[in-house]
Design a protein around this ligand. Sequence first.
Ligand SMILES: [Zn+2]
Length: 238
Amino acid sequence: MIYAYKTLTLVKLYFSTFLCLCIQSIMYNKRFILQHQRSIREWTSNLINNFTKDTHKVRQIGDPVLRQVAKPVDLATIVTPDFKKLCDRLVSTLRRHNGCGIAAPQIGVPLQVIAVEFTGYDLKVAMDKYGSKGVSKLQMSLFPLKVMINPKIKIIDPTMLALKEGCLSVKGYRAMVPRVKEIEVEMLNVSGNTETFRSLGWTSRIIQHEVDHLQGNLFVDTMLYKTLINDSWNEFVD
Ligand SMILES: [Zn+2]
């Protein structure tokens, strides 16, 4: 009888300790999530206030924000008006500078958001520059605007291909950068829904470039160093 009583007491003790630990863990996680949400909202609000100017500036290499690891965005933040403003600003900045891709750190916001777009105009510019042979070699194709939140890349075809690329944050310079050929991307869209898609060619390159930004990496970190050129080098030849 005493043995059974002792066992029951021990079970009660273990159970209450376990319950206590569970509650503590839930409270801690909830507090962490709330703090995380609040900090992201504070960032976005403060940064949105700075977006009132119509300058649409892009941060340049040397700015510490480009070397930070961007934070993931939670679902509660995605639905806020401030986050929508952030996405709109990202897209308008991308278009103002005729870019094909941009990441939130490039407008000073260290959050995991990128925007990618390859328009008919981009294709025409590429045709004029590289010809149809060049465009098909680069595997350039139309890509309607996509804002990707917390994008994650899985390599499908690991074959490396080095092509010339530039960056809105390394203005005036280009270099050959090796990247894998085909990837699968898992991301959240602006409605907070998960999307998965495969990408190859030029679009795959742009996405890899933008996802690098979210890790604080720039193309100059992985470029073939001796291929770095100043876009206007020939203007300095007498
Ligand atoms: Zn870039």
